[in-house]
Ligand binder design. Structure first.
Ligand SMILES: Cc1cc2nc3c(=O)[nH]c(=O)nc-3n(C[C@H](O)[C@H](O)[C@H](O)COP(=O)(O)OP(=O)(O)OC[C@H]3O[C@@H](n4cnc5c(N)ncnc54)[C@H](O)[C@@H]3O)c2cc1C
Length: 377
């Protein structure tokens, strides 16, 4: 296994880092308070080819390898977890279309998604269905020349601006996935606000009322919605969130290191107090360990190793729980300032909570990861 980045990957990371330092990190607190990102930023992400990283070159995508995609996600998350979540959900939908889409679906959506002209959003969760994906209550029925969808989705990241929804619904009692364009009659988008973390991720509830979806927009097969389609999306989402957690924890470390060197108590910088150093040490060690897990998962993905999926579960579990610990220590190191929105660690702590809930909660991971070891998955 190669742990060193190659020269192209190192150069790409420098490019991502410079972009985030100039165009994302300075504004993230403001976007968090506004509960939105500006459309100009989406344009900049499009121009840089940062949306649709995983779209194959034959459909106009950059065809980034998985390690480079991870580095992009880490750097973006270092600046702003909400922007990271845009990459995550958009790329989840593109990933699914690349894997399960018919030739017609690929032609119709992937080039536009690679250019970022259509933003994808992932619609699984509902008021009564979260971890238990198979229990969704949205229904689809066959009505001759169309599928008719009725139901309600909740917590749809960037649902406010997405143009294409990947929707899980019950078709004759079997979970089935559909690609639903936002401007179809019968689709209503209602913004959601007041979330703890990733506040600028422009969440929405999506309502479907007698929404007629073209027959060709069923993706995968009837009944394959959870076992194949949504699992593929979530595999990619977990990979992205794992790297996002590394970026968030690195931001905690950068902020804490600077603060601990600057802030003086008892006549010395607080970094000279051993208990503060212990907190810094824990963040340093854990963020490196999480990054190595992510690199390994990316390498396994790039080499099409069947063990990649299990490794991604482990990376997401460790990285997301590690990010919570790092954010808690970062706030502690900042004292009262850590509780103030004048310092970014307050936002990092709120954002870290979300990472342990999305793409499989910590508890779902604790149940699932041993199954890979026991070879039950
Ligand atoms: C900011 C944000 C963005 C989101 N974006 C999206 C999105 O874009 N698309 C989307 O579809 N969803 C999205 N979600 C929803 C997210 O995927 C769900 O919150 C997640 O799947 C958990 O579901 P739930 O909230 O219904 O919790 P529940 O499933 O009700 O779980 C509640 C608690 O019970 C625990 N639990 C559940 N089952 C078990 C079990 N078998 N054993 C042990 N413990 C269990 C959970 O770990 C959790 O602690 C988002 C959520 C947030 C907060």
């Amino acid at each position: 296994m190669k742990l060193e980045l190659n020269p192209q990957q190192r150069a790409a990371r420098e490019e991502f880092r410079a972009f985030v330092a100039a165009e994302i990190a300075p504004h993230a607190g403001c976007w968090d308070r506004a509960a939105a990102i500006p459309m100009e930023l989406v344009d900049r992400l499009r121009e840089r080819g940062y949306l649709g990283s995983n779209v194959a070159a034959e459909y106009g995508g950059p065809g980034r390898d998985n390690v480079t995609y991870g580095l992009l996600t880490e750097e973006i998350a270092k600046g702003c977890s909400s922007v990271r979540s845009l990459l995550t959900v958009h790329d989840m939908v593109a990933h699914v279309i690349g894997r399960w889409g018919s030739p017609g679906q690929r032609e119709r959506y992937l080039p536009a998604m690679a250019r970022g002209e259509i933003l994808g959003a992932f619609c699984l969760s509902e008021p009564n269905a979260g971890s238990d994906a198979k229990s969704v209550e949205t229904v689809a029925r066959d009505d001759g020349d169309a599928w008719v969808l009725d139901g309600r989705k909740k917590w749809t990241t960037f649902g406010q601006i997405a143009g294409l929804f990947l929707v899980l619904a019950q078709l004759e009692g079997k979970p089935t996935a559909f690609l639903v364009e936002r401007d179809l009659p019968g689709v209503t988008v209602r913004p959601l606000s007041g979330v703890t973390g990733t506040r600028a991720s422009m969440l929405a509830e999506i309502f479907f009322a007698g929404c007629r979806v073209p027959k060709e927009n069923l993706i995968g097969k009837p009944g394959f919605g959870v076992s194949a389609v949504m699992s593929t999306a979530l595999d990619h989402g977990r990979y992205s969130v794992a790297w996002g957690a590394v970026g968030l924890a690195q931001a905690c470390l950068d902020a804490s290191r600077a603060y601990a060197a600057e802030r003086r108590q008892f006549g010395v910088p607080i970094a000279d107090h051993q208990l503060v150093r212990r907190m810094l040490t824990n963040i340093i060690a854990e963020v490196r360990a999480a990054r190595l897990l992510c690199l390994r998962a990316g390498w396994l993905r790039d080499t099409r190793d069947p063990g990649a999926t299990g490794e991604i579960w482990v990376a997401k579990y460790f990285a997301s729980t590690m990010a919570t610990r790092a954010a808690l220590d970062a706030v502690q190191i900042h004292g009262a300032n850590g509780c103030s929105e004048d310092f970014p660690v307050e936002r990092y702590l709120r954002d870290s909570r979300v990472l342990e809930i999305i793409e499989g909660s910590t508890q779902i991971q604790q149940i699932t990861i041993p199954l890979f070891e026991l070879q039950e998955l």
